[in-house]
Design a protein around this ligand. Sequence first.
Ligand code: HEC
Ligand code: HEC
Ligand code: HEC
Ligand code: HEC
Ligand code: HEC
Ligand code: HEC
Ligand code: HEC
Length: 269
Amino acid sequence: MQRQFERVRQQLFRQLLWVVAPAILAALGLAVTAVSCTTVTRALVVPPTIPGATFIGSAACADCHEEIVRDFHTAVHANLQARGVNALEVGCESCHGPGSLHSESGGEPGTILNPKQDPLTCYQCHLTTRAAFNLPYHHPVPEGRLTCGDCHDPHRGPAVKGAGTSLLSGSEGCYECHTAQRGPYVFEHEAMREGCTVCHVPHGSVNAKLLTQRNASLCLKCHLVERQPGGRVLIGGFDHSLLLAQGACWSAGCHEAVHGSQVNSSLRY
Ligand code: HEC
Ligand code: HEC
Ligand code: HEC
Ligand code: HEC
Ligand code: HEC
Ligand code: HEC
Ligand code: HEC
């Protein structure tokens, strides 16, 4: 009786913390320091809860999910694992919630959290990511059309899918869905070799098309501007003095084929 009461009390306390912790963090201005998860201390992060369930530790998951547990040490999030009896909830259950009911029931549906359905468990540690998806232009994760798991592998290897597989590294993952940008192009834009994130932010942006910058400075970080006497502005050796006032490099009817062109070496359609 006493133990059961204690368990319910802890449960309620956890649930309460889960609800109020973000508010408290925000109020204390701690959100800013907690965002880089490497600086998140366990004391600040409240693991997800499932009513009536307790933490059983990652080893217990191996009975039925052998492969995931076997490869998990290669995952970025394996660093979350700690040793000792008081550290059971770090590991699989830091994302999936306490697994006792799930395990006892042999994996009944509805007994465990799956971030595929709701990224809330990711946001508990990655506060800035949540903020990014609230920006006016974002990949439609909040709308449920994409999940974190479409771009990130939580269970093995590099956290960003496609990273480290080729020179293009990060871009491989983007090509999975944006096949048009892969080309091949007759006139390739060499900027693409640096990866999509030179120009796009992956989560969300204040700029349309998820651009890192909304104007010519997006392009001028690589293309040298030469200012000549008399006010002439050269880019790529070509006089741009009048052109720059007409809009962004890609929207002023000039370099619309910014990813690459089939017809024009100056990246025009
Ligand atoms: C006694 C066997 C058993 C144990 C132990 C077990 N699971 Fe499962 N689990 C299953 C079965 C069966 C399914 C449903 C089929 C599938 O997806 O493999 C499942 C499904 C899942 C799912 C997907 C659920 C969904 O709704 O999409 C997750 C997540 C999961 N398990 C995580 C865990 C974690 C974390 C642990 C350890 C804390 C664990 N499991 C321990 C048997 C088990
Ligand atoms: C960083 C958070 C995180 C951690 C830690 C984590 N998972 Fe997952 N898990 C996910 C996400 C996200 C998905 C959904 C993947 C998707 O979108 O396809 C998932 C899905 C699953 C599923 C459903 C079947 C599948 O493969 O998609 C199982 C089973 C599972 N996880 C077990 C585990 C086990 C066992 C561990 C510990 C070794 C673990 N997870 C650790 C985030 C995590
Ligand atoms: C319990 C806290 C916690 C949860 C929950 C969590 N993460 Fe993390 N995550 C971390 C920490 C800590 C790191 C940094 C690990 C390291 O570098 O040692 C990290 C790293 C990452 C990285 C890699 C960052 C980099 O620079 O390589 C990605 C991507 C990521 N997490 C995505 C997710 C996703 C997606 C989910 C939900 C499915 C999730 N995380 C859930 C704590 C968490
Ligand atoms: C459209 C693909 C995509 C989706 C969807 C996505 N991410 Fe990312 N995420 C990336 C890429 C690419 C990077 C690497 C950025 C870089 O290297 O500059 C990244 C980086 C991260 C990082 C490292 C820190 C940072 O912000 O750079 C974290 C943490 C992270 N993502 C969490 C998440 C979470 C949580 C979700 C779901 C709510 C999510 N991501 C959804 C593509 C995505
Ligand atoms: C799993 C599929 C998927 C992956 C992977 C993916 N995206 Fe997307 N992307 C989408 C969807 C869906 C949209 C929304 C399209 C819409 O609203 O019609 C989108 C939208 C965009 C847009 C805005 C397009 C517009 O017309 O406003 C850009 C830019 C973009 N993605 C770049 C990237 C980059 C860069 C990566 C790699 C870091 C990436 N995407 C990875 C599915 C994906
Ligand atoms: C040199 C900068 C740059 C690089 C690198 C870049 N993009 Fe873009 N991207 C842009 C600009 C600028 C636009 C906006 C074009 C417009 O509004 O007409 C754009 C638009 C998009 C769109 C919206 C559809 C369209 O064509 O207008 C998608 C999707 C997209 N980019 C995906 C990607 C992917 C995937 C990669 C990596 C393989 C990538 N981009 C690399 C600059 C870049
Ligand atoms: C990551 C660096 C980088 C960024 C950012 C970048 N470029 Fe480039 N761009 C290059 C490189 C490298 C070349 C090939 C060498 C050259 O011609 O300067 C190139 C070539 C070009 C060319 C072809 C020049 C020719 O006639 O041969 C045009 C046009 C161009 N870029 C336009 C743009 C526009 C517009 C943007 C902004 C949307 C942009 N670039 C952003 C690196 C970049």
